[in-house]
Each structure stands twice: as C-alpha cells, then as structure tokens.
Design a binder for this molecule. Structure first.
Ligand code: GDP
Ligand code: MG
Length: 163
C-alpha cells in the first residue's frame, strides 16, 4: 500500500489544520469499539506525484477524563504501529512544553523517521522562535504556518525522503 504519514502532537498545536492542508481527499474516519481508542482520521496526500496516506491521530477522542499525556501516548502508539514517517507538531508561540518533551522521548524510542514541525510561525520575524525546539533531539525543526499554508513544501520534501 501507500506509505503512511501520521500526525501527532498535543492538543491545539494545529495538527488538524496541517492535516487539512496535506490531504486533498478525506478517505474515512475509521472507528473501532468505543473505549478502545483506535479511531483514526485518514486522508490521501500527494507531493510531486508521490502519494501517501495521512493520519490525524489527534482526531481521536479518548474520553474527557484522560490526561493529555495519556492521549498523546495513545497517539504515539497508533503512529508507531502504522506510520512510515511521523510528523510531530509543536506550537512555536507556546514554545517547548513538558508534554512536547515527553512525546519526543516516546517517539525517539520508536526508531521511525520523525519530522519536527514548529507550527504557527506565521511570518518570517518569528523564525527565531524555532531554535529552542532543537532541544527535543528530533533534528532540524521545520517552521510552518498551517493557517497560512507556509513551510509545508520543505516538510514534504523531507517526508518523501523516508519513503
Ligand atoms: P489540533 O488540536 O492540534 O488539531 O489543532 P487545530 O488544527 O484544531 O488548531 C488549533 C488552533 O490553532 C485553531 O484555533 C487554529 O486556527 C490555530 N492554528 C492552527 N494553525 C495555526 C497557525 O499556523 N497559526 C496560527 N496563528 N494559528 C493556527
Ligand atoms: Mg485536531
């Protein structure tokens, strides 16, 4: 089948905004048993004639009582199980958070290729905000503005290298 790209990250960093930018076509919301927490939102993306599936793991509802870290662990598990490349999304306005560090540690252990996105870099003046994200140990952070559709070409160029 097509390579799978999974989008992970804590709530509100812009995962779904980026998912919507990457996919031309939504394939399905795949729902398993309630409580089993395996729902995924799939789409199909294309970059320079390379096709791939994208999973917005953040579309998953794990229940209101679950802590953010628990939800991120489930997302990471889904991504680890299914993805060929993982996009970890962070928020350049919020900076590096404890939850980002925890997720980065989990992802680092997977051995899968990870591309680190620093989202909400809406204008060039904000590019200096990405340097703190080197501390996550996931390599070069890619500045993106999901809402303005900026920076995704560089991200995709990196992603397809791992197919
Ligand atoms: P998710 O919870 O990670 O899926 O995040 P969403 O995609 O739902 O976005 C969370 C909020 O961040 C929304 O209000 C978006 O409009 C906003 N947002 C997403 N991307 C950007 C961006 O590039 N710049 C700014 N300024 N806001 C963004
Ligand atoms: Mg979302």
């Amino acid at each position: 089948g097509l390579p799978v790209v999974a989008i992970v990250g804590r709530p509100n960093v812009g995962k779904s905004t980026i998912f919507n930018r990457l996919v031309g076509e939504r394939i399905a919301i795949v729902e398993d048993k309630p409580g089993v927490t395996r729902d995924r939102l799939y789409g199909k993306g294309e970059w320079l004639n390379r096709y791939f599936h994208v999973i917005d793991t953040g579309g998953i509802e794990f229940g209101e009582t679950d802590a953010i870290l628990t939800q991120m662990r489930h997302q990471a598990e889904l991504a680890i199980d299914e993805a060929d490349v993982i996009l970890m999304v962070t928020d350049g306005r919020a900076g590096v958070t404890d939850a980002d560090q925890e997720l980065a540690r989990m992802l680092n252990r997977t051995g899968k290729p990870i591309v680190l996105i620093v989202n909400k870099i809406d204008n060039p003046d904000m590019r200096a905000d990405i340097y703190d994200f080197y501390t996550l140990g996931l390599g070069d952070p890619f500045p993106v503005s999901g809402s303005h559709g900026l920076g995704l070409g560089d991200v995709l160029e990196e992603v397809v290298k791992h197919f």
